[in-house]
Design a binder for this molecule. Structure first.
Ligand SMILES: [Fe+2]
Length: 205
């Protein structure tokens, strides 16, 4: 697989955090830890690969404040390094429904770049890693892992709903069911800090 080591991935993220600090950095760390935890209980996934993909899924934010352009920038950054197996995650993570119109945010890239993303999504069959990072993106608040419903509401409160909101939510629940089945238990049984992340309280309280 063409992916960086966890140490390289962490260095890319820290460099990006200096270039463009923000809650997205902690969100990336939380998504990576969620992906690693789920992969560790999955019969076909490598926790180290899952962790790297989680760390780098939003790496396009290194280029500065942007909306959907970050998926194109992340792909370009990793594609240029020959790391296509994680570059793809930068594109696929935002699209459980593989349609550029389903994006939660605004398209602030060129029409040609948006067309490139649609062509890529249309030609791509999602792997379990694509779906894992889509899932973990939807579980990761900057403060920690939380119930997916909480994060989905958080995104719609920030960006507003669109015509694809219900289809996307259903796609996320389908992915959750897939991973629940693969793990033989709820994903929430293996996610770190889920009670605190969801309810903001110490699990012992
Ligand atoms: Fe993300």
């Amino acid at each position: 697989m063409q992916i960086p080591t966890p140490e390289q991935a962490w260095a890319y993220l820290m460099d990006a955090a200096e270039r463009n600090p923000g809650p997205w950095v902690e969100h990336s760390r939380v998504a990576a830890e969620a992906a690693r935890a789920i992969a560790a209980h999955h019969p076909a996934l490598d926790p180290k690969v899952a962790y790297v993909m989680g760390l780098l899924h939003d790496i396009g934010r290194r280029e500065g404040r942007s909306d959907m352009r970050h998926v194109v920038d992340g792909y370009a950054f990793l594609h240029d390094k020959g790391m296509d197996d994680v570059a793809r995650i930068c594109l696929t993570h935002s699209f459980p429904v593989p349609d550029v119109r389903a994006a939660a945010g605004q398209w602030d890239s060129s029409a040609a770049e948006r067309g490139f993303v649609q062509d890529y999504l249309s030609a791509t069959e999602y792997t379990a890693y694509d779906r894992l990072i889509q899932l973990c993106d939807a579980l990761a608040l900057p403060s920690g892992c939380c119930l997916m419903e909480k994060r989905l509401v958080d995104v719609v409160l920030r960006y507003g709903p669109n015509d694809f909101t219900v289809a996307k939510w259903n796609a996320f629940f389908d992915i959750q069911r897939e991973f629940d089945q693969a793990l033989g238990r709820s994903i929430y049984c293996v996610l770190p800090g889920i009670v605190q992340g969801t309810f903001g309280c110490d699990p012992r309280c």
